[in-house]
Design a protein around this ligand. Sequence first.
Ligand code: COA
Length: 174
Amino acid sequence: MNTCKGVGIVSLRLKNMMAYNSICRMLRRESDYKFAFGNSVSPAMHAWPWDTWGAGHWRKFIIGVDGTQAGFGAIFIDKPNVVCCIELGLLPQYRGMGYGGIAGRLLISKCFTEYGARLVESFALSTNLRSIGMVDWMTLEGRLQARHLIDGQEVDELIYKITKPEWAARQENT
Ligand SMILES: CC(C)(COP(=O)(O)OP(=O)(O)OC[C@H]1O[C@@H](n2cnc3c(N)ncnc32)[C@H](O)[C@@H]1OP(=O)(O)O)[C@@H](O)C(=O)NCCC(=O)NCCS
């Protein structure tokens, strides 16, 4: 397990797959789910046995806080472009305490150290202020105005990115 200040990420296995799916199910049932994740449900939000084989585009993780299963993290590996994209979510009781930021950094580091990414990207909806506040290592690359139409409301999509040299500089300064 990769850990940092009590926050760790554990790779998806058959034995924790039910926990992963139960966390994602709880997130999908939240009333503001669409304003956090969008209208469509990402493949990150469900784990299948073949996700544990490590052969496809997705790598999935349980986020732990002091040994308790607190959220999910997922990395999409875009192999031809050597790019990774991260997604994560925490159960409500673990939000707003900095855990998301730490888990995000663990996922980013994994992309560079284990999956050889050139750069890592992530997306946030303009309605998801916690997600926007969480992004500290990455820089805002662009904004797709009114990209989403959620319950009749136009919502922007924010695009964040960190390159390998930027990540390496962060490592030296921490
Ligand atoms: C998004 C999420 C992973 C962030 O994790 P977190 O642990 O809650 O976030 P952190 O505590 O690390 O950081 C939140 C930051 O946003 C800020 N923030 C929180 N709520 C805010 C609000 N309503 N308005 C503005 N800023 C806010 C906090 O002040 C903090 O910034 P700081 O570290 O400079 O103080 C978590 O809230 C979550 O799982 N939310 C539901 C699922 C989700 O939205 N996932 C992301 C989909 S893209």
